[in-house]
Design a protein around this ligand. Structure first.
Ligand SMILES: Cc1cc2nc3c(=O)[nH]c(=O)nc-3n(C[C@H](O)[C@H](O)[C@H](O)COP(=O)(O)OP(=O)(O)OC[C@H]3O[C@@H](n4cnc5c(N)ncnc54)[C@H](O)[C@@H]3O)c2cc1C
Length: 401
């Protein structure tokens, strides 16, 4: 395996070398200064939405918006190494981080099990960016124990009537559509009686209330559904069998999330802070950064290996969980190092001229990023629940030998 982190035009294998050249040429033109600025100041899970839309459009026009999709549906046909090269170059050039729920999760799900009508209606709009999708799974009483969800859907003529509420819905204030889990039956096992629906956010009866994060951003929301009508045609899979649909979607979510690019981006920013650091602790911080670099390189190698395996025969749930836990905890370690190195600058509440100081700006960024990355071990399933899954897998494997 080539050392992806150090691939250059000189030493890359020729197909990757040509690809890298194409990517760099494209980025040098398409990634304008305003887009790079938006990418650089990204705190949460996506960049400023106006910049996301422009960047989405440029990737779409180049045919590079959906690396995880089959080529027949608009995918890129890239090798795993090419996918990671692309991610790494985007990160190195501060490309905006896309609001990509439709691209990473719902699109692949509809390709796998959506009806022809759903594929025809929704896939082109995910690709060209005209539809943005949010995920309505969690409820106040249903997070890790998702099957406890209580939002009800009653069948009536040719549609469902939905009542209830969702919480922590990332981007519900931006998205025009939501994929959602609802309860259609109360009897039997909790997992039975759940149904997977596609909902237009403009439907009468939907209201969205913001929740502010610890970092001060508005990224997620509560969503209230009051007598919301959803056509039967917008149900994915069978009624009462939405649990299996949601599990498949989460597999896509975990498997299609290439994170080493994002980690490299955070790492580069931290290295920049250490470059400006002149305090007595500089040597210690540098030593910790080197240790993190080793972890990052190991992670990159692992991600490349698993991407290759996924392309051949898919990932196990335990492998996807392992990647999630490793990536999010590494991200948190990098963010912690930035925060510690920034020291008092991270605590500044200065306004006016003082805040223009590059060091203070970096400090404020490091603090906001630190708080934002705390959430990474909670969303997409908490790391504790992923560890349970990995342990169950290991115990089952041990029992079978
Ligand atoms: C930034 C962010 C964005 C999010 N975006 C979305 C979104 O777009 N759509 C959506 O539907 N949801 C979203 N979520 C919600 C997320 O999926 C839930 O927060 C998560 O599933 C945990 O649920 P909970 O918050 O109810 O915590 P709980 O499930 O109540 O867990 C509380 C604590 O108990 C631990 N715990 C629970 N059960 C076990 C167990 N069996 N074994 C060991 N430990 C356990 C958990 O790990 C956690 O530490 C988001 C969350 C965050 C933080």
């Amino acid at each position: 395996m080539s050392d992806l982190a150090n691939t250059t035009l000189r030493d890359a294998p020729s197909a990757d070398s040509i690809f890298l050249h194409d990517v760099r040429q494209f980025l040098s033109k398409a990634l304008t200064l305003d887009l790079r600025d938006a990418g650089r100041i990204t705190i949460g899970v996506h960049s400023d939405i106006a910049a996301c839309r422009v960047w989405h459009r440029r990737l779409y026009e180049r045919g590079w918006i959906a690396p995880a999709w089959p080529a027949a549906y608009g995918g890129t046909n890239w090798t795993p190494a090419q996918r990671l090269i692309f991610e790494r170059e985007c990160a190195a050039n501060d490309a905006p981080v896309l609001f990509a729920g439709g691209l990473r999760t719902l699109g692949p799900l509809l390709i796998a099990i959506g009806s022809p009508l759903q594929q025809h209606r929704y896939l082109p709009a995910i690709l060209d960016g005209s539809d943005l999708w949010c995920q309505g799974f969690s409820e106040p009483g249903a997070g890790s124990d998702l099957a406890a969800l209580q939002t009800r859907a009653c069948a009536m003529d040719d549609h469902y009537v939905v009542n209830g509420s969702k919480i922590w819905t990332t981007g519900a204030h931006i998205a025009n559509r939501m994929f959602c889990l609802v309860r259609t039956a109360q009897s039997g096992k909790q997992q039975h009686g759940i149904t997977f629906l596609l909902i237009d956010m403009a439907t009468a009866g939907i209201s969205v209330k913001p929740i502010r994060t610890l970092a001060g951003d508005h990224e997620f929301n509560e969503v209230f559904l009051d007598q919301v009508r959803v056509p039967f045609a917008d149900r994915v899979g069978n009624e009462n069998e939405g649990w299996a649909v949601a599990k498949l979607l989460m597999q896509f979510a975990r498997a299609n999330n290439t994170t080493s690019g994002l980690l490299r981006r955070a790492f580069r920013r931290t290295a920049g802070i250490l470059d400006s650091h002149t305090g007595a602790d500089s040597g210690v911080f540098r030593c910790r950064l080197s240790e993190l670099e080793c972890e990052l390189r190991t992670f990159e190698a692992l991600e490349l290996r698993l991407l290759t395996q996924r392309q051949m025969n898919g990932l196990t749930d335990a492998q996807a969980s392992m990647i999630k836990v490793l990536a999010t905890e590494l991200h948190q370690k990098v963010a912690s190092l930035s925060l510690e190195a920034a020291g008092m600058a991270a605590l500044t509440s200065s306004t006016g001229a003082a805040v223009q100081s590059p060091w203070l700006k970096e400090g404020r960024f490091a603090a906001a990023k630190y708080f934002a990355t705390r959430a990474a071990s909670i969303y997409s399933g908490t790391n504790e629940t992923h560890r349970n899954l990995i342990a169950r897998h290991l115990l089952a494997t041990a029992a079978s030998v």
